[in-house]
Design a protein around this ligand. Structure first.
Ligand SMILES: *Cc1c(COP(=O)(O)O)cnc(C)c1O
Length: 364
């Protein structure tokens, strides 16, 4: 039986022996062949409350399937949020996270939007620390990738009418992933979607609601079938301004100034986006958060998209209808490269952490 199936069928109670020792499967991991895919790990974190109770710290238990009512709010009405962040080994040889408090706060804003009880920041960050610590041996060595951390918050109790669920589950699982770029950044070709939008004013595009992502799968697959890496979404109101690239934020650079779509509720406030804005200003660049017309972006000097997974992905070209605009000579632009080096320098602790973004894992 494959290992992940065996572990998935384990009973859902904490096993102190296995938690302490792990199953040591990670000793056989080939760190160089990791991709962005799911490798089951040993231990996950879970806590459940009734809607009228305060959040309580949860427990670690073996990674595996969770029992759930067929009438769970999350299954029937998509009352659920996810987060995404990384723990990794820096050049100093220690395991750190990047700005986990920001993920906690974003999940709180999402909980408010989806009428779920927000998880206190202290419980969120403590849960992240616990689950990373319990899976320490799954954190890749320096430069070989990261432990991807996936918190979930969902209405797990049964509800028939369209209404908030009677109980909620906060869960975190982790999985090792490879470095996004193996052998240098590569520029990607993007297609502007002419039929689909990601989010509408007043909707849920500004939070990491689980229901926001399945509708993007068809446009994304269609673009990939045409040879593009991903789609660019325009705003649903005027269909002229760039909003996001798949599930990543967009920037373009013209005459040394960075331009990125402003956060009006239809754009997901990326933590990488915020870090790049701060870093660019620190390096002396102006940053304009405003409306970014597709026609303006296509005449910019450089463009990139950003998110936790890739940090920064340079854009090589954007296609709108019959028009294809390319940036530079297909190589990442100089300011894009400078920002990538500055941000990954802080993350890897080869540069000073001027902004206090690095969150070392407390030693056991
Ligand atoms: C998660 C996400 C991002 C990137 O956010 P980071 O915090 O930088 O990882 C951007 N856009 C969408 C739609 C997302 O879901």
């Amino acid at each position: 039986m494959p290992d992940h199936q065996r572990r998935a069928s384990q009973p859902l109670k904490a096993n102190p022996t296995s938690l302490a020792s792990g199953n040591n499967m990670s000793e056989s991991v080939d760190w160089d062949s990791l991709t962005f895919s799911l490798t089951p790990t040993d231990t996950m974190y879970i806590t459940t409350i009734r809607a009228d109770e305060p959040w309580m710290p949860g427990q670690l238990q073996p990674y595996g399937d969770i029992p759930m009512s067929p009438a769970a709010g999350v299954l029937n009405y998509g009352q659920g949020l996810f987060e995404g962040m990384k723990a990794y080994t820096t050049s100093k040889g220690r395991i750190v996270c990047f700005r986990p408090e920001e993920n906690a706060r974003r999940m709180q804003r999402g909980a408010d939007r989806l009428k779920m009880p927000p998880v206190p920041e202290s419980i969120f960050v403590d849960a992240v620390e616990q689950v990373v610590n319990a899976n320490r041996h799954w954190v890749p060595p320096t430069g070989k990738g990261a432990l991807y951390i996936r918190p979930l918050l969902m209405g797990s109790g049964p509800v028939l009418g369209v209404a908030p669920a009677p109980s909620y589950t906060f869960l975190i699982y982790v999985t090792p992933v490879g470095p996004y770029f193996k052998g240098g950044m590569t520029a990607i070709d993007l297609l502007i979607s002419d039929h689909h939008h990601r989010a509408a004013p007043g909707g849920s595009g500004g939070v990491k609601a689980i229901g926001n992502y399945a509708p993007g799968m068809k446009p994304s697959k269609e673009a990939k079938a045409l040879g593009f890496a991903e789609v660019i979404y325009l705003d649903a109101e005027t269909h002229t301004c760039i909003e996001e690239v798949g599930a990543a934020n967009f920037f373009c650079i013209k005459d040394g100034t960075l331009y990125t779509p402003e956060l009006t509720g239809t754009i997901l406030p990326g933590i990488t986006r915020d870090s790049i804005i701060q870093m660019a200003r620190h390096l002396g660049h102006d940053v304009v958060e405003g409306k970014v017309e597709a026609t303006f972006a296509m005449e910019a000097d450089e463009a990139f998209c950003c998110g936790t997974a890739a940090v920064i992905s340079p854009i090589g070209s954007i296609t709108l209808g019959e028009t294809k605009s390319t940036y530079g000579d297909g190589q990442p632009g100089p300011i894009t490269t400078k920002l990538y080096d500055a941000l990954t320098g802080v993350q890897n602790e080869t540069a000073e952490d001027t902004f206090g973004w690095i969150h070392p894992l407390p030693s056991l």
